[in-house]
Ligand binder design. Structure first.
Ligand SMILES: Nc1nc2c(c(=O)[nH]1)N[C@H]1C(S)=C(S)[C@@H](COP(=O)(O)OP(=O)(O)OC[C@H]3O[C@@H](n4cnc5c(=O)[nH]c(N)nc54)[C@H](O)[C@@H]3O)O[C@H]1N2
Ligand SMILES: Nc1nc2c(c(=O)[nH]1)N[C@H]1C(S)=C(S)[C@@H](COP(=O)(O)OP(=O)(O)OC[C@H]3O[C@@H](n4cnc5c(=O)[nH]c(N)nc54)[C@H](O)[C@@H]3O)O[C@H]1N2
Ligand code: SF4
Ligand SMILES: [Mo]
Length: 764
């Protein structure tokens, strides 16, 4: 019997992005066990609630093994199995025809956040195809918008903390106990060195008992709170004057803007008592170093979303937490070894291959400028001048606008989008406004719809071709985290791809070869590509994956460091060379250069008329273990068995008003539609707020219309709006998934999937 041990990393499917180092025991090519790799540099060494299910998941019959081509209508679930060659031939031929007829901009790509380590390869493909990066991705509403803003304000998206634990940590709209449990464990273990913990969340969450202060904020008002903090900190002289003077730009302007946010006004807006606002500001500013974590919840606020992060950057800067030794020191993309860079993502992207006139066609770039070509054109020259490497446009900091792509398919405006490749994403569950996505994916205007997936999902059910991808257990990893980190992480694959599954590099390479630009994809497979990337630092993929694991920068590249290219201090890669409290980049793009609060467009204050019918504030998300977004919902793998139903959070007073008891099914309705989830009645949530879990579908229901795997019944995005760009964040185009309005009622006699159930169809 041939027995091997592979050094792997658990990340993304079937894992959860904690990057746990594991040893995979393989017998005769079959994965038989997974155990912690004690040598792995991160402290993350596996979990109890998901890891035990990985092997069952891998070998279960939910996995796709061969390419499928639709033979019936979209959604009929009639498929033929075809070879990869035939699939690639047909897809490439159709792409070539559509390109000829409508131009290369007719293609769109749909993605989830960080499900792959080869995003630069997708961008290389798009630039060579002539496509302006019409990429629709959750990154716009999850962390990548804040990364784009960091690039504008600090000139890097990297933060580092070396050695000591922060004295204070602000957990801002982030349920770490569920979504980053190992980081939460570390944070708790750091106490008492981390003397202060502050939680800003409309829900207390399970962490509430461990924090020093819980600020029960009204959803969507975070910028007001943070502007209030800035005012207190400046007024009370709690800021780092030396750092502000030397390394920031626009302090006086920020001070004047923040003066508008008195504790009393902020209290009215946020529903947090004024004394708590002042006390928490003092706690953050006087316990140095402090970490003010960013959070995807505020990224999902739509209008005003990016202003939350802008206020956070300003706070980190004025409190000296972005300086060396601070809670979140800003680092540049430093070289790895002996002054050499490995081949970074941005060096693979080939931005210059895209003809200049194509840039202007990127969907949404006329109004949402920061994460698209207009932002690139302002920021890239400064970045490249500072660091001597290309500005990343292959990462999720650079995206088109997902809802506008769905609209472009349906309305042929600004031009026809007729082809879509979805890889590593399930937009019928994760994208805002499920009905909009559904209409687009069913539209005859969409002449080619390809989905690369591990399993059959509602999105794949509507595709023309479904291509089976290799999961993270079946492919190697070489990840630079898309140029947001100075490190390169490498890991072996546990096993060869099952059936005919393929690593995704081969999808892009296969299409490029057939479309006439295969010479730009000379690498045989992902390991070969990784060898090429590591060669400048004198490593092979095998060495990096099995010995080094994480290839680090020699020393963190900070603003103080003498840049060998210029002989001067590097500074920050911004127009002023400093951290920009007043942003020249935002100004150049036509936006207010300073942070400010704007009332959410769908709130009891902005829409009192609507609030009469929909009196509660709706938040969606509530990610929880062992689920990871829309994954792991299948029965028989072990994860769904732990949590069979979707759960919504409701305060006991509110529940009583509606005759709802713990465990009852409840209809939650917004102006867009209605879903149902089971009530969890607890006083950990504000009585005026309802929280529903996102990404719920029921794979046990039939994989065809009208069920589409139970797509409609409990899916939070049936409730969210994405068809009106006026409600999006004007800077990044982020659509609103939180701080909306809803109403509730108890659901009587619900039978899952029944036609009479109002929450089970596309037309309700
Ligand atoms: N209402 C609401 N909507 C939300 C959110 C919310 O809080 N509320 N959260 C948002 C956030 S933060 C995010 S990040 C997104 C998540 O959105 P996504 O990241 O798109 O997550 P999923 O919807 O689970 O889709 C991922 C799919 O990729 C497949 N997959 C996994 N690994 C691979 C792979 O290696 N190759 C291929 N080809 N496929 C793979 C999985 O099987 C799964 O079907 O959702 C967003 N949507
Ligand atoms: N188990 C598991 N872990 C995950 C994921 C997963 O799907 N499952 N997804 C990963 C990904 S891609 C992401 S982005 C992260 C998401 O991780 P989190 O950010 O922790 O995600 P959520 O649980 O959706 O939201 C966190 C908190 O935000 C609060 N909140 C809602 N609206 C507001 C608001 O307006 N202001 C404030 N201050 N708080 C608000 C909610 O009450 C909730 O407690 O988790 C990652 N880790
Ligand atoms: S699923 Fe478990 S083992 Fe895998 S990355 Fe997440 S915490 Fe680590
Ligand atoms: Mo996310």
């Amino acid at each position: 019997m041939a027995r091997e041990e592979k050094k792997i990393v658990c990340w993304a499917s079937p894992g959860c992005k904690m990057y746990c180092g594991l040893i995979a025991e393989v017998e005769d090519g079959k994965l038989v066990s997974l155990k912690p790799n004690r040598d792995y540099p991160s402290k993350n060494k596996g979990c109890a609630d998901r890891l035990p299910h990985h092997i069952r998941w891998l070998y279960s019959d939910i996995q796709l093994r061969r390419p499928l081509k639709r033979v019936g209508e979209r959604g009929e679930n009639r498929w033929e199995t075809i070879s990869w060659d035939r699939a690639l031939d047909e897809i490439a031929e159709k792409l070539a025809q559509l390109k000829e007829k409508y131009g290369p901009e007719t293609l769109a790509v749909t993605e989830g956040t960080y499900r792959s380590d080869i995003y630069p390869i997708r961008t290389r493909f798009l630039n060579l195809f002539g496509n302006p990066s019409n990429i629709g991705c959750a990154g716009t509403i999850c962390h990548c918008n804040t990364a784009a803003l960091s690039l504008a304000l600090i000139g890097t998206a990297q933060g580092g903390r070396h050695g000591t634990a922060p004295a204070c940590c602000v957990i801002h709209g982030n349920d770490m106990s569920q979504t980053a449990p190992l980081a939460w464990r570390d944070l708790k273990n750091q106490r008492p060195r981390t003397t202060k913990l502050i939680l800003i969340d409309p829900r207390r969450t399970s962490m509430g008992g461990d924090v020093d202060m819980w600020l029960r904020i009204r959803p969507g008002t975070d910028t007001a709170l943070l502007m209030g903090w800035i005012r207190v900190i400046i007024e009370e002289n709690l800021y780092d004057k030396a750092f502000v003077d030397e390394w920031t730009f626009g302090f006086e302007e920020l001070k004047a803007r923040a003066a508008e946010y008195t504790p009393e006004r902020v209290s009215e807006i946020t529903w947090i008592p004024a004394e708590q606002i002042v006390a928490s500001a003092r706690m953050y500013a006087t316990n140095w170093p402090a970490e003010l974590k960013d959070a995807s919840s505020t990224d999902m606020l739509g209008r005003n979303a990016i202003r939350v992060e802008q206020a956070r950057v300003c706070l980190r800067a004025i409190t000296g937490n972005l300086k060396i030794g601070g809670g979140e020191t800003a680092e540049g993309p430093g070289p790895v070894a002996g002054g050499n860079f490995a081949v970074r993502d941005s060096m693979l992207q080939l931005a210059d291959m895209l003809p200049a006139e194509q840039r202007k066609k990127q969907i949404g770039s006329d109004r949402f400028k920061l994460m698209m070509w207009p932002g690139y054109e302002v920021m890239a020259p400064i970045y490249e001048e500072t660091y001597g490497i290309p500005f990343p446009m292959c990462a999720h900091n650079f995206l088109s606008n997902q809802p506008l792509i769905w609209k472009a398919i349906l309305e042929r405006d600004p031009y026809p989008v007729t082809a879509n490749i979805t890889w590593g994403s399930n937009p019928l569950l994760n994208s805002g406004d499920t009905k909009l996505v559904y209409k687009a994916l069913k539209s005859p205007n969409l002449e080619l719809s390809v989905v690369s997936e591990l399993v059959m999902t509602p999105t794949a059910m509507l595709a023309d071709y479904v291509l089976p991808a290799a999961s993270k257990l079946e492919k190697p990893m070489c990840e630079t985290h898309e140029d947001f980190s100075p490190n390169i992480k490498c890991a072996e694959r546990a096993v060869r791809p099952l059936g005919e599954r393929r690593e995704e590099y081969l999808l892009w390479k296969g299409l490029a070869e057939r479309l006439g630009f295969g010479e730009y994809f000379p690498w045989k497979d992902e390991e070969d590509l990784a060898d090429y990337r590591l060669a400048p630092v004198g490593l092979t993929f095998k060495e990096a994956a099995a010995e080094r694991y994480v290839v680090r920068s020699d020393e963190p590249w900070t603003y103080e460091r003498i840049n060998p290219r210029t002989g001067k201090r590097t500074g920050f890669a911004t127009p002023s060379g400093k951290i920009e409290l007043y942003s020249h980049v935002l100004e150049a793009l036509g936006y207010d250069p300073l942070p400010f609060f704007e009332e959410p467009p769908e709130s009891p204050f902005s829409r009192p008329d609507l609030a009469e019918q929909y009196p509660y504030i709706l938040i969606t998300g509530g990610n929880f273990r062992p689920m990871f977004h829309s994954e792991n919902r299948q029965l028989g793998v072990g994860t769904r068995e732990q949590y069979p139903y979707p759960v919504m959070d409701i305060h006991p007073e509110t529940a009583a008003k509606h005759g709802i008891a713990d465990g009852d099914w409840v209809y939650v309705e917004s102006p867009r539609g209605v879903i149902r989830q089971k009530a969890r009645v607890a006083d950990e949530i504000d009585p005026r707020v309802i929280n529903v879990q996102s990404h719920w579908w029921f794979p046990e229901q039939p994989p065809r219309e009208p069920w589409l795997g139970g797509l409609w019944a409990s899916n939070a995005n049936v409730l969210t709006p994405a068809d009106d760009p006026d409600g999006f964040d004007p800077v990044t185009g982020g659509w609103p998934l939180r701080a909306l309005l809803c109403r509730i009622r108890k659901a009587e006699r619900v039978q899952a999937g029944a036609k009479a159930d109002p929450a089970a169809r596309a037309d309700t």
